[in-house]
Design a protein around this ligand. Structure first.
Ligand SMILES: C[S@@+](CC[C@H](N)C(=O)[O-])C[C@H]1O[C@@H](n2cnc3c(N)ncnc32)[C@H](O)[C@@H]1O
Length: 268
């Protein structure tokens, strides 16, 4: 931990989690801390965020970013418990591949897909590292709230571009601004500097996560460097989906600012 550590309020997923501690970024220690978290507490805390929902009140059923995936080769980055792979499999994707840093999540995904009668090639690895995924192979690479955990955004986007065929599509979601803002007495208050991309650690129950929040421009510039061209971007929550969860602080925020963005980009 950085000896100049400072404590600051932060937001993970949909809720405020209190103190975050600034840390120096060391890739291997981030892998260790985060994979331990996803192996243990993981989705019990965040709740599964899986297709057709991108999380944060945006749904594939309304956006149709994928369109018809029948016969398409799909790769999911950070697949968690495999529910988004199930969604793609049931829509007749021809091949399902996925990676995740957590052995436990890979195990859950494997059991879940087996129970659904689907087969998938599942690899336990950090997304930042070479892990035997074929290049120039996939029609779609996608990630539902996992890209933000990378320690190397530019390197990860370059790897993703390499996995795609020419004209292949990359779809992912993140949310750079809502983590800076908390709801207080019917107002939204900035508690964190939007421009601050430094690494921090938060304690969650018995676990901890280490992460950094990147600006929208950081994502856009990293896509451009990797040769991925944005075709569509969604940042507005769907009113009908919000109305199903109308009283939460997260839904109050979602009515006033983007709590997510979903990007569809294409490899040239
Ligand atoms: C918020 S969950 C979302 C997963 C999935 N959409 C779901 O709801 O089950 C984030 C996932 O990313 C994985 N992850 C975190 N850091 C990763 C990394 N560096 N490389 C690969 N996967 C990672 C975690 O293990 C976890 O399964």
């Amino acid at each position: 931990m950085d000896k100049n550590s400072v404590f600051k309020t932060n937001v993970i997923g949909a809720g405020e989690v209190g103190s975050a501690i600034s840390v120096d970024m060391d890739k291997n220690s981030v892998y260790k801390t985060n994979s331990f978290y996803w192996d243990t507490k993981g989705n019990d805390f965040l709740g599964a965020i899986s297709l057709p929902l991108y999380g944060a009140f945006v749904s594939e059923e309304k956006c149709h970013l994928f369109g018809d995936v029948s016969g398409k080769k799909m790769l999911e980055i950070g697949c968690g418990n495999g529910q988004s792979l199930q969604y793609q499999g049931e829509r007749k994707a021809s091949e399902l591949w996925a990676m995740d840093i957590s052995e436990k999540q890979i195990e859950k995904a494997s059991q879940h897909l087996k129970a659904c009668g689907l087969s998938a090639k599942l690899i336990c690895s950090p997304m930042e590292e070479e892990c035997g995924i074929p290049v120039d192979y996939f029609d779609f690479v996608y990630s539902i709230y996992a890209i933000g955990w990378t320690t190397d955004l530019e390197g990860t986007f370059c790897r993703i571009a390499s996995y795609l065929k020419k004209d292949g599509v990359f779809i992912f979601r993140s949310h750079p601004i809502h983590k800076c803002v908390v709801a207080e007495n019917d107002r939204l208050a900035f508690k964190k500097n939007y421009f601050d991309e430094s690494w921090y650690s938060v304690s969650l129950d018995e676990g901890a996560l280490t992460l950094s929040d990147r600006k929208l421009s950081t994502y856009v510039n990293a896509l451009a460097k990797a040769g991925l061209v944005i075709e569509q971007m969604i940042e507005q929550s769907d009113d009908e989906i919000i109305s199903r969860d109308d009283n939460s602080e997260f839904s109050k925020k979602a009515k006033m600012l983007p709590v997510t963005f979903v990007v569809k980009a294409r490899k040239l």
